[in-house]
Write a protein that binds this ligand. Structure first.
Ligand code: ADP
Ligand code: MG
Length: 153
């Protein structure tokens, strides 16, 4: 599906709706350069998964974890695991971030700069390509999973 937004808030709102269809174990691989809106989209994912809006870029940490609070009732996922592989190249490097351990945890894994370690993405990875035709417009194209096959706007 393709969806167009005109502000960061719209991207967050769209990602929040999108997140409702996610399940434990889903992997999302972003494509799109610096400033495309990958981290902004992930903030919407976190909100949609009930994990708050306090999402920052994992550029230096390589991975940030967002987990349900202890008193949340019956969380359906163990957490949102947000990777930035900008400084990574290949599967070995990715392994050192704990990527494969996070995959097993039953959370949602979202990966920025996944093209740096394409071979680590499991079958069924949801691809989200974001392009920016101008300052405030973002075209969001989601492929790889029939749950998101409808046409959007
Ligand atoms: P990335 O993680 O892809 O580098 P960020 O999400 O960190 O990108 O930054 C996206 C930037 O683009 C932010 O400064 C945000 O305010 C701006 N922006 C402008 N329009 C939009 C939009 N429609 N959707 C998302 N971000 C937008
Ligand atoms: Mg980012």
């Amino acid at each position: 599906m393709k969806f167009v937004t005109h502000s960061p808030e719209e991207t967050i709102a769209f990602a929040q709706e999108f997140a409702k269809k996610l399940r434990a174990g889903d992997v999302i691989a972003f494509r799109g350069g610096l400033g495309a809106g990958k981290t902004t989209f992930t903030r919407g994912l976190s909100l949609g998964l009930g994990l708050g809006d306090n999402v920052t870029s994992p550029t230096f940490a390589l991975v940030n974890e967002y987990r349900p609070s202890q008193n949340a009732d019956k969380p359906t996922i163990t957490g949102l695991f947000h990777f930035d592989l900008y400084r990574i190249s290949g599967a070995e490097d990715a392994e050192s971030t704990g990527f494969f351990d996070y995959l097993e945890e039953g959370g949602v894994v979202a990966v920025e700069w996944s093209e740096n370690a394409q071979e680590i993405l499991p079958a069924g990875t949801i691809e989200i390509a974001i392009s920016a035709p101008d300052e405030t417009t973002r075209e969001i194209i989601i492929t790889g999973d029939e749950r998101f096959a409808d046409t959007g706007n």
